[in-house]
Design a protein around this ligand. Structure first.
Ligand code: 2RA
Length: 348
């Protein structure tokens, strides 16, 4: 029969997009079980055109489940993924709990699909949305030119911080709309009040140079993820990566500026050819016509969009580019679904 799938974290921001994707992709699954915290149990959600009742997370929900997609907090995944795996379920996990475990592959199907087959713990990790928003384009360029160094800055949408992030931006926007705010120090902060939600500063009419939690020497957890995960996915464990992560008042779709240095001289013409033909990448780059990707156009789409492609002014071995991708789709639910489909194909 067709494999049974469990979606753990079905009610979250990523879970909601996952149910849409499962309804849009070729229907390879038998039963789809929707799982969430006890708080959400009993709710009905639509998937594949049918209403399915959400059940509370427990050991028994994994009985007979072939593949489970997890989108839950790190501590919940750390506890429950091994329990599911011990029952023979292949877990595709979108938390940070297992990404850097050497016995857990970190998979992007366009870049390193072969790694998904070797999974001693029965767990496959899905990368962070910021890494995923650039890595398909970089993987294609690396395969041709050989990557030597990355310097990146992110422009991250608030839905990366889940439903609470979206709610916070919308509430703050309603408090500043139609005002003259943004003209004197602290006026936006006073208008939005102390409750800045999951962000350390107001995000409306602002940019916030912070994502995640504090790590050593002033780095953020998000910055460490971009570096460590890029190295693991590309198989370049010593790749120099300089990264600054920034939150911007965008609902969904992360963007990054990228300076990528390669082994030898590169040409924009060859880079354009590679990006124009790479699976999962769309080149949208005509500055004379004012054409480049922006989050407002990219949201809801699957590919990694690339624009502003230039050779570095002072280094013939480096390229500058702007990339943009839906952090809930390719950045989370879509990549997880693609990995689960790879696993399901092994089973058929
Ligand atoms: C963010 N990447 O955008 C993080 C969480 N998934 O906040």
């Amino acid at each position: 029969g067709r494999p049974t799938l469990a979606v753990v974290g079905a009610t979250g921001a990523v879970g909601t997009v996952m149910l849409q994707i499962l309804s849009q992709h070729a229907d390879i699954w038998g039963e789809i079980r929707l799982v969430a915290s006890p708080r959400s149990a009993g709710r009905k959600l639509a998937v594949r055109g049918e209403e399915v009742e959400v059940v509370a997370l427990s050991e028994e929900v994994f009985d007979g489940v072939d593949v489970a997609m997890f989108d839950v907090p790190d501590d919940v995944a750390a506890h429950w993924a091994p329990i599911a795996a011990a029952k023979g379920t292949v877990v595709v996990d979108n938390s940070a709990a297992f990404r850097m475990d050497p016995d857990v592959p970190l998979v992007v199907p366009e870049v390193n699909p072969h790694t998904a087959r070797v999974r001693p713990r029965g767990i496959i990790a899905n990368p962070n949305c910021t890494t995923l928003s650039m890595i398909v384009a970089l993987g294609a360029l690396h395969a041709e030119f050989g990557l030597r160094e990355l310097v990146v800055s992110s422009y991250q949408a608030v839905s990366g911080a889940g439903r609470a992030g979206v709610r916070t931006l919308r509430e703050q926007l309603s408090l500043v709309a139609g005002t003259e705010l943004g003209t004197s120090p602290g006026d936006v902060r006073r208008a939005v009040g102390d409750n800045t939600g999951p962000f350390p500063e107001p995000v409306a009419l602002n940019v916030v140079p912070w994502a995640g939690s504090l790590r050593e020497d002033g780095w953020s957890s998000e910055e460490m993820k971009v570096r460590d995960e890029s190295r693991k996915i590309l198989g370049l464990p010593r790749l120099p990566v300089a990264v600054t992560c920034v939150r911007v008042p965008v609902v969904t779709a992360h963007s990054l500026t990228v300076h990528a240095r390669f082994e030898g001289e590169v040409t924009v013409d060859r880079a354009r050819e590679i990006l124009a033909t790479a699976p999962g990448v769309v080149l949208c780059d005509d500055p004379a016509a004012g054409e480049f990707p922006t989050p407002a156009d990219v949201v809801g789409t699957d590919p990694t969009w690339v624009g502003r492609l230039r050779r570095a002014l002072d280094d013939p071995t480096a390229l500058e580019l702007f990339v943009c991708g839906d952090n809930l789709r390719k950045g989370a639910a879509l990549n997880t679904a693609q990995i689960a489909e790879l696993v399901a194909a092994e089973m058929s």
